[in-house]
Design a protein around this ligand. Structure first.
Ligand code: HEC
Ligand code: HEC
Length: 295
């Protein structure tokens, strides 16, 4: 802050504090200084307002506030560039707290970092720390209970886009994932699209038009095999979902399936290495692993 603005703020603050005090002094009514039943002259609905002195405790509260504000402005930053006698600052406090937390948690993080995920997922303290990281970092997308939202996978159901092994989960978190389901609007005509929607419905046991589904199978073999597999069970290397179960990332109604195929989908899980660091990613991975591998 430049010298000018610093003095500007000091001036305004000091004038205000003094102003409050002056106002208090000026408007105060000492008992006896006004007549017993004197009114302020305000009338509302025939009700008049007596001009009584403020109760003492009330007046004293104002005085205490004023003394407090002066003490505060001397001890803490508040007057322009003046740093306060105590030298307190938000940055210092934050740094101190972070250093303190690091001292407490660093040995724990280090210890947990060496424990394999499967074993770690059974340790209560570790999964609780993982859960806190999850609630802070992941809940916006996956929900605070990790059950996901349309487009954001449920992490509790043991149905994995990219695999549920400890390595798979940790890699999803650390490196992120990008699902690419191409748009088929241009490649398929309306009939082919309708048929393949019926076929996808059939794969997961929906009631469908059998004749259309049979034709749709051919479309599927030609266009979708490569990623979803010839049995429709998906491919974890590409994050192509299993289409034969009733777990849907985007939804299993024919309208939504048709939209997915027509327009494509691009689910993106951001890489969290830089956000969390390896050790915290390991802990949150243990928590995620524990969700679908309950003992
Ligand atoms: C290049 C690989 C690729 C091809 C080819 C492909 N898909 Fe996909 N598909 C994916 C991926 C990856 C996803 C997941 C998208 C995401 O994570 O956002 C997906 C998602 C889907 C979904 C959504 C599933 C859900 O749970 O909501 C449907 C339905 C689907 N594909 C059907 C098809 C059909 C039908 C075809 C052929 C016409 C096809 N896909 C071709 C890779 C592919
Ligand atoms: C910005 C939203 C977002 C945030 C934040 C996010 N995720 Fe994800 N995550 C996704 C999406 C979207 C996918 C699915 C990617 C796809 O469709 O291919 C995903 C996929 C995953 C997967 C793979 C699931 C599977 O079925 O294979 C795991 C594991 C995961 N996330 C864990 C986490 C954890 C742990 C955090 C917090 C540290 C987190 N995610 C934060 C959006 C997010």
């Amino acid at each position: 802050m430049s010298e000018f603005w610093s003095w500007w703020i000091i001036l305004i603050t000091v004038v205000n504090v003094l102003g409050c005090w002056a106002l208090l002094y000026w408007t105060r009514r000492v008992k006896g200084s006004v007549g017993e039943n004197e009114t302020t002259g305000h009338v509302y609905d025939g009700i008049e307002e007596y001009n009584n002195p403020l109760p003492k405790w009330w007046l004293n509260m104002f005085n205490i506030c004023l003394v407090f504000s002066v003490a505060y402005l001397i001890l803490y930053p508040g007057l322009g560039n003046f740093a306060g006698v105590l030298g307190w600052s938000q940055t210092n406090q934050h740094t101190e707290e972070v250093t303190e937390a690091k001292k407490t948690y660093a040995p724990l993080f280090e210890k947990y970092a060496l424990i394999p995920l499967q074993q770690l997922s059974k340790m209560k303290q570790a999964t609780e720390m993982g859960k806190r990281i999850f609630v802070n970092t992941c809940f916006g997308c996956h929900g605070s209970d990790a059950r996901g939202n349309p487009g954001y996978p449920d992490l509790t159901d043991n149905d994995w886009l990219y695999g549920g092994s400890p390595t798979n989960i940790e890699s999803s978190i650390i490196n992120g994932r990008n699902g690419v389901m191409p748009a088929f609007e241009a490649a398929l005509n309306a009939e082919q699209l309708d048929n393949v929607v019926q076929y996808v419905g059939q794969l997961s046991g929906n009631k469908v038009d059998i004749a259309k589904a049979t034709d749709g199978k051919m479309v599927f073999e030609q266009h979708c095999f490569a990623c979803h597999g010839n049995d429709g069970k998906g491919n974890i290397a590409l994050g192509a979902p299993n289409l034969t179960d009733s777990n849907w990332l985007y939804g299993g109604s024919s309208t939504i399936i048709a939209k997915t195929i027509r327009e494509g989908r691009m689910g993106a899980m951001p890489a969290h290495l830089d956000i969390l660091g390896k050790e915290r990613a390991h802990l949150v991975a243990a928590y995620v692993y524990s969700l679908s591998n309950r003992q």
